[in-house]
Design a protein around this ligand. Sequence first.
Ligand code: HEM
Length: 428
Amino acid sequence: MSEATVSLFDTETLKNPYPAYKSLRDSQPVYFEAAMNIHVVTRYDLVREAIKDTATFSSRYDKFLGASQEMMFAQASEEVQQQLIELNEQMIEVPPTMLTLDEPDHTKYRSLVNQLFVAARIKAAQPAVQAVIDNCISNLAQGLDDSAQPEGVVEFVGTFADPVPLRIIGDRLGIPEEDRAFFDHAATQAASALRLTPLSGEALVERARTALQLQQLLVRLVEERRSEPQDDMITILANSKLEGDDRELTHGECISVLNQFLVAGHETTSSTFGWGMLLLCQHPQLQEQLRGNEKLIKTFCEEVLRLESPVQGLPRLVTRDTDLGGYPLRAGDMVMLRYGAANRDERQFAEPDSIDVNRAKAGSQLAFGAGVHFCIGAPLARQELNLGFAALLAAGRDYRLAAEQLPQSEASFILRNLPRLDISFTPA
Ligand code: HEM
């Protein structure tokens, strides 16, 4: 098969990577992308093989994520660099805890954090999740009459897709009401670091300042919950002991875990809401088919995740000379596992570019990863998505796009979402 000529970093490809993924799966399922010095893996079987072999494909890729920050630092003016150094000196050092750690250390943190997401806890929180969803749905209905928008149009991302997961994670963590506005801002900024898109000097300093203030807020809350425990996630995290070490987490470790909740847990779920609503608008017959049918709504959510994987991919560091599907890799190479490409692999999913709410084994999609790093927040994300779409369909009819032009995805390599989505609907 002839080699594909693609660049995954073209703006158009970043916005719509699926044609490039198909071409790569067929001709170069492991492909060297010179722009980032990474070997990109696009086929389902190979992505799974690499995820499962954690001894060869390590999660110690923190340097890769740090490299883009270092590059931006190097390109900044001297004045900006000085401000960044000063802010950095005040920061607590944050060790890797789950996402960028391998076994056995990964296992210790994972078992501590796991207790936050056990089924009983998720179930107990269902009424609170439903209340947040219902509240944002009434904002959607009110938004239709908002004079800032053309009549009968509401912007879905800012009114529903963003606030629902933010509010829920803020509630579950136990962020006090007076700190909410700052928390929402800081959580959004934290996720923006994963875009790997260049920032102005001013924006870099603002992001660093926000990160420092977020650390200060989280440390304050950890200490408060140690002296006065409440019924929230920070209390459990602050007062649990690390397996085998018989000690509580340090401030740096608490911040590390909480940062991952903010980066991985908020924008990903928002993104899925946005893509799911777009699919509903594009397929009006689905709205009728899904309304009131819990089982089909579940499969619909898995299909949204499969088709528009909010985390398009994550890296792994090769620890020893090996090969993947016959492609040679050397110790020290960086591979990029493209969940977004694996999820549309025709070798795994029939008619992979189409939504099928009756698809058998829809849950075998890789949007949450697999193996030891399988998304720990998946039960919470699924709960929000299943309840959210059920409530949206119950509360409105005839969801449709308000603009003629198809909404544009942002051009981003890792976290991919719709920045805005103008819709109309008829309240039920
Ligand atoms: C639709 C929503 C979500 C998607 C698509 C998603 C996606 C992912 C993916 C792909 C991974 C695997 C990383 C790897 O391969 O190394 C992951 C891990 C993780 N996710 Fe999620 N996530 C979502 C929601 C959440 C939520 C709600 C939380 C927490 C509140 C969360 C917290 C985490 C954490 C802490 C990890 C690291 C787990 C580990 O390394 O052991 N995620 N997520």
